[in-house]
Design a protein around this ligand. Sequence first.
Ligand code: SDX
Length: 427
Amino acid sequence: MPDAVLRYGDKELTLPVHTGTHGDAAIDISKLRAELGLVTLDSGLGNTAEGEGSISFIDGEAGLLSYRGYPIEQLAEHASFLEVAYLLQYGELPTPTELEAYEESVRRHTLIREDMKHLFEAFPHNAHPMQILASAVSALATYYPDALNPLDEEAVDISARRLIAKTPTMVAWSYKYRVSQPYIYPDNTHDYASNFLKMMFSVPAEEYTPDPVVAKALNLLLVLHADHGQNCSSSAVRLVGSSHSNIFSSVAAGIHALAGPLHGGANQAVLEMLEDLHQNGTSVETAVKRAKDKNDPFRLMGFGHRVYKNFDPRARILKKQADEVLDALGIDDPLLDLARELEEVALNDDYFVERKLYPNVDFYSGIIYRAIGFPADMFTVLFAIGRLPGWISQFRELLADPATRIFRPRQLYVGPATRDYVPLDQR
Ligand code: SDX
């Protein structure tokens, strides 16, 4: 790829251009300030690559996503969540022996310290599950003080397995406290998704067998959420990790970023939007009209994306999956019909077409989570469980790169010019 040449005043600077696997290119501006005294301005960082990455690739124009080169459609069809967690972290699909060893190592860490119950019981019953999850993940760091060094590969590896193993247990236990039911311990005879379902929905008084249809749907949802490049929450994990903060603190930062309604919090907001439209009998035409009105803060949640200017491939898969899960469970959810109608009207409206606003991963996921039985305010926590291997892989990739430096962006200062202090009695 030819270099770029930047002309500024009477100066000219040649900037190297790096090329990615799929032909995408990036101008290296690391010499810009030293040579021309300039920095770049890119609000929201939509045109800025923070670094090179090898974990997932997104072609926003074509609506394509792959993890370590494997198309999401194929992984969604064939892979288990732990298989994908292995792939994202170690770069290759595991052999049967590697997968069995990885699954066994995760199974061995599904228990959490008994005293974590005091943490969950310290929260009000209506605490948002994302706030509790971020606190619990931060708290994990306090139990493993000897395995916090982010530059110690072994420490990071065991911490990664603990995070992936213990998070479903922490989520289920905080839920059980909220609904005043007994804590259900992990049962390692089950696979990852089934174990989580049992901890969430079983009670000691009755036999509980996880529904294989539901377990398969949950596995798919976790796979689809596993990684997505430098999204807001993964960038938060990398930024905190760049200061050599430990992996638990970095992932906790990612959880807080994901909680925002513009990001992972959108899956809860989509369901609340659909319920509101359904309960008030608002037509989809009215909803679309409101979403286009700049004076109306209403947005079509689950629509639009910084990178996808085409259908989010995950939304395409989930749209189909929603049908299958609801049919298999014999659920006729009017919100699914409403979502479909909303999508249809929006995708034929110039405002959405011109801006290339399509359904994203959050548009259909909530309908499936609801069919499984999760409360709406837990949907983003489910997104977080799925995104854990992605956050962990991004953290590991960053810390393994010797060229990594602490993140410290510049700003263009437009505040007051230098001025003298005015004594209080003269103001
Ligand atoms: C996720 O980055 C990732 O990879 C994220 C994610 C992942 O896997 O990690 O994919 C997960 O976060 C998906 C996104 C979930 N969020 C939502 O569904 C919330 C609703 N969507 C929007 O708020 C918005 O589309 C964003 C936040 C997703 C993207 O915001 P951008 O890129 O900053 O786009 P923008 O706000 O500048 O919008 C461009 C235009 C604007 O109109 P104009 O100024 O051109 O007139 O599109 C409009 C916006 O007003 N617009 C919408 C809209 N989304 C954008 N108008 C109505 N409804 C919407 N949903």
